[in-house]
Write a protein that binds this ligand. Structure first.
Ligand code: PTJ
Length: 253
């Protein structure tokens, strides 16, 4: 990995790039993952590279769903495995969710390497390697584990393409997405759309889980009932609009 000085103004962003490049070298991340990261970076810039108030509300509601679920599953792809393996394992551990590797550009070797990586970070059970069920989709994200995504009631799908998100919604599941594009098909079709960088979102969700784990069921249900995903998305777009106006004004444009 290139040595990035800690005082570089774009330190976090450069480290994330390094992790994706490293993921490709390790055979974990697809080359297309680089393009996806670049797209994410541009949306993150528009959000001010910080967790907005609406993203934090979505993250809290997502944690309430995960804590109340019978069989919550965290779906892992090549980008999230490269960027946040330790956070995925920590969130699964503290919330009781199961990890499942599910890839768009699926190869047995990538599934195996991602599983090994998660295990090296302390993961117990990691599904996906022996996945045998198929969702009604024409690409390989369709391949899911019976015990995992197929029978899950709540599924977290970070950095997703819209198809599978819509299919999981049609199957009656609660779908939580993490996607920096508030207007992607994924964000527009999920139950809870977290518009935040996965690196910040998972950290926040771990902290929320620590706080909320001891809450009574009624309290968690009330968080879910009060949540309105359309309002969250519209608030996010408003934030972007205001940030662009204020940036332009401060630069005399
Ligand atoms: O590992 P695989 O084979 O499953 O492939 C994974 C990728 C991400 C390559 C694949 O799912 C893909 O092509 O995704 P898309 O369609 O490019 O969608 C990715 C979405 O995630 C886009 O809307 C990006 O803006 C967003 N995104 C990218 N990086 C981040 C992000 N959202 C949150 N945090 C990020 N770091």
């Amino acid at each position: 990995m290139t040595d990035i000085p800690k005082d570089h103004p774009r330190y976090e962003s450069l480290i994330a790039r390094e992790k994706i490049v490293e993921g490709i070298k390790m055979g974990i991340t697809s080359q297309q993952g680089l393009v996806a990261q670049g797209r994410g970076e541009s949306f993150d810039y528009l959000l001010g590279e910080k967790t907005t108030r609406s993203a934090a509300i979505a993250e809290r509601a997502a944690v309430a769903h995960i804590l109340l679920a019978e069989n919550p599953v965290l779906s892992v792809n090549g980008n999230t495995a490269a960027l946040v393996p330790e956070s995925l394992v920590a969130l699964a551990d503290i919330s009781g969710a199961t990890l499942e590797v599910n890839l768009f550009h699926r190869t047995a070797s990538r599934v195996h390497k991602i599983t090994q990586l998660l295990k090296s970070h302390g993961a117990g059970k990691v599904l996906g390697g022996k996945a045998e069920k198929r969702l009604d989709l024409s690409h390989d994200r369709a391949i899911v584990d019976h015990e995992g995504i197929f029978s899950a009631d709540v599924v977290l799908v970070p950095l997703e393409d819209g198809d599978r998100c819509q299919k999981l919604m049609e199957m009656g599941k609660t779908v939580i997405t993490i996607d920096l594009n508030p207007l992607s098909r994924t964000s527009l079709s999920a139950t809870i759309s977290i518009v935040d960088n996965v690196t910040r979102a998972l950290q926040n969700m771990i902290e929320f889980t620590k706080d909320m784990k001891a809450e009574k069921e009624e309290k968690l249900l009330s968080i879910i009932e009060e949540y309105n995903n359309n309002m969250i998305l519209s608030d996010t777009l408003y934030n972007i609009e205001e940030k662009l106006k204020s940036d332009a004004k401060s630069r005399g444009i």
